[in-house]
Design a protein around this ligand. Sequence first.
Ligand code: COS
Length: 379
Amino acid sequence: MHFGLTDEQLVLQETARRFAVEEVAPVAAQYDQSGEFPRHLIQKAWELGLSSTAIPVAYGGVELSSVDTCIITEELAWGCSGIGTSVMCNDLGVMPIIIAGSEEQKREWLTPCTAGFTLISFCLSEQAAGSDVAGLQLQAERDGDAYLLNGTKCWITNGGEANLYTVFATLDRASRHKGICAFVVPADAPGISHGKKEDKMGQRASDTRVIHFDGVRVPVSQRLGAEGEGFKIAMRTLDRTRPPIAALATGIARRALEESVEYARERKAFGQPIGGFQAVQFMLADMAKEIEASRLLTMQSAWMIDQGLRASKHSSFAKCFATDAAMRITTDAVQIFGGNGYTKEYPVEKLMRDAKLMQIYEGTNQVQRLVIARELLKT
Ligand code: COS
């Protein structure tokens, strides 16, 4: 066992870090305030090979390992997790095709994603089916050699910007998870429309929308896997995409610690830098300790995925631990900054708002505990 990065991984980390420091961090507050989507930056990340990282070389992709992807996402989130989420959303979007697509489907749908800048969204959640995926209601009705999709998806990252969607719909709601199918659907298919960009508390640069499907005709050839396999495709996707979410949280937390250390060195109270007081030192020490633990859990789960091992429990360990840690760490960062921390003049209130989403998306942390407990209790 060794914990070092390879020379290639160090280069990758340096590329992502330079992009985060030079291009993302300087504009993070601006996009947070305006809520605009920084499309040119997302495109730049794609051009640097920092997006759609899981697409195999056979289809023109960079085919990075899960560990590599986590190295990138931590750096991007250090700069801005809203922008990081928008960049990494492509891997979530394409994962069902990588996992369940036939050779022909992969050639047809993955190759264009590497030939030119493409955004892909994962359309799973619905207003009444966020945690309860088996309860989703988007209807897929067989119509000759196609399916007609009707219904609405919610909280879709990059929803209004994407060129392609992977969509989960049910043939029969009463069948719960056994009725769900996965489809790949171009965003310009007739019958697709989207709502306004959600006005979110944090990660405001990322585009989050409702997507309506009104009689959208999807050829049978665009179904991924067999009828009824959609639920398992979604679960296997999330097993693979939760470690990068943990890495995003680690990036937010690392930024909060770095800002806090700098502030604790400079800010004076009672005649000395506040870093001289145990009250602040203990908070900094706990932050640093939790960041290390977050990264170790993240990398372990990513490594398991790279070894082809089933990583549901470990992905949930990482996602749950790292995102809860990021919430605590960013809250403590605001505390260390005191009154200044509560203002938009300083960067830590944004980190705290951004961290909150990490405990909710890609499966709430309550769902992660459910996954862990079920794995522990299964016979
Ligand atoms: N990989 C492969 N198969 C899996 C699996 C996984 N990770 N997890 C579950 N399954 C299988 C089960 O083995 C079961 O198979 P059988 O029908 O062959 O027995 C089937 O899928 C149903 O599983 P389960 O009974 O656990 O389903 P539930 O309806 O109880 O749901 C949770 C389980 C809550 C864990 C699931 O709905 C979930 O992850 N929800 C959160 C969704 C989420 O993360 N949303 C975010 C969207 S992206 S921002």
